[in-house]
Design a protein around this ligand. Structure first.
Ligand code: PMP
Ligand code: GLU
Length: 400
């Protein structure tokens, strides 16, 4: 349709959101659907955070705020970076937006010119490439392999960088693979970046706290202080704080970049919800003890799902160390036909037939630039996970 902007024709709707929506629609029609498609914890937002929001309402904190965040929240973010990441920022180096997604969007749209390349390890979160494309840039995927635990090799990063590379977009623990890096592994990547001084680093630390097996979290500017001047360290409250619907994300980096992001936001959404910002102050400054409690449940679910999926014919599911996703390969299912006669040629065929025939909603690997595979979010109850994995086993067992 000629009426729609060319820029919009460059992008796809978010596949994770599309699958979650489809699952909700089928359920509304009365179908028995288990949705493992959306990346969102099933845990409630902690009570102290909800109470802070109620207080903010009662105290009339209901007006416009500074576009990129109230001073109290910026102070809490500065303290968080110092306490948890050993990074020193001034409040003027901090930007707050309506979800991590908006912060990433601001950063990329505020910096990309036509032809600028963004190096993205793949598989990667669905939205990265589309935001880059919307901004007129060029996503450059660097493939990782299941045998490397989906971790980027330094030599692969080196090969992907060209004179046109503007950003390296890094995300660990990763959505969709759960891949996480040790300090030494991350240092090997930052060493490459130190040799390429024209490349800026956008690190999406959204899953920082969702890390298992005793692994410790590190962020690029922390392991390599030499990158501080060209790194945007982004994070948010959706995942670890169970606040997906509240919409709050933030980032810290060089002041000129932060100002440019604020300029863009001032002409789009203005400030994130004032109520949410006050809740976020409590989230960051308040007790953090629910995080390890939730993580213990995530580990139990992860182990259950990995074990059951590895018993499904044709699937191979590595054990991830972070986030709440597993990313099994379905290579062994391709070229087969399902019980109801669907030809499984791609991972998209696989997830569509699985939803049709067994009522389990997952997201196909092609959406994450990593085929043939699919993503399962295990942020749901053990009972539902067990039932879903049994259905997946049955579906795979029936493939001929
Ligand atoms: N980055 C990654 C890797 C994510 O998985 C998500 C959401 N699932 C986001 C950013 C954005 O999160 P939000 O906008 O909810 O803060
Ligand atoms: N990011 C989450 C996911 O990967 C939520 C949906 C979205 O924003 O993509 O499922």
């Amino acid at each position: 349709m000629g009426f729609i902007a060319d820029s919009l024709n460059r992008i796809q709707p978010s596949a994770t959101i599309a699958m979650a929506t489809k699952a909700r629609e089928l359920r509304a029609q009365g179908r028995d659907i288990i949705s493992l498609s959306a990346g969102e914890p099933d845990f409630e937002t902690p009570q102290n955070i909800k109470d802070a929001a109620k207080r903010a309402l009662d105290e009339g904190k209901t007006r416009y705020t500074d576009v990129d965040g109230i001073p109290e929240l910026k102070a809490a973010i500065v303290a968080k970076f110092s306490r948890e990441n050993g990074l020193t920022y001034r409040p003027s180096q901090v930007s707050v937006g309506t979800g991590g997604k908006q912060v990433l969007y601001n950063a990329l749209l505020a910096t990309l010119n036509p032809g600028d390349e963004v190096v993205i390890p793949a598989p990667c979160w669905v939205s990265y490439a589309d935001i880059v494309l919307l901004g007129g840039g060029k996503p450059v995927f660097v493939a990782t392999t299941i045998d490397d635990g989906f971790k980027l090799r330094p030599e692969a990063l080196e090969r992907a960088i060209t004179p046109n590379t503007k950003w390296f977009l890094f995300n660990a623990p990763s959505n969709p693979t759960g891949a996480a890096y040790t300090r030494a592994e991350l240092k090997a990547l930052t060493d490459v970046l130190m040799k390429n001084s024209h490349v800026w680093v956008l690190t999406d630390d959204m899953y920082e706290h969702l890390l298992y097996d005793g692994l410790e979290f590190f962020t690029p500017a922390q392991v390599e202080p030499g990158l501080y001047e060209r790194t945007l360290t982004m994070n948010g409250l959706s995942k670890a704080y169970c606040m997906t619907g509240w919409r709050l994300g933030y980032a810290a980096g060089p002041e000129a970049l932060i100002k440019a992001m604020c300029k863009l936001q001032s002409q789009s959404t203005s400030n994130p919800s004032s109520i949410t910002q006050w809740a976020a102050v409590e989230a960051l400054n308040g007790p953090q003890d629910f995080i390890p409690r939730n993580n213990a449940k995530f580990v139990e679910r992860r182990d259950l799902v990995v074990s059951m999926l590895n018993q499904a014919k044709g699937l191979k599911c590595p054990m991830p160390q972070g986030a709440f996703y597993v990313y099994p390969s379905c290579a062994g299912a391709l070229g087969k036909t399902s019980a109801k006669g669907a030809m499984i040629k791609t991972d998209e065929d696989f997830v569509i037939a699985l939803l049709d025939e067994e009522g389990v909603a997952c997201v196909h690997g092609a959406a994450f630039a990593g085929s043939p595979a699919f993503r399962i979010s295990y942020a749901t109850s053990n009972e539902l996970l067990k039932e879903a994995c049994m259905r997946i086993q049955r579906f795979c067992g029936n493939l001929k």
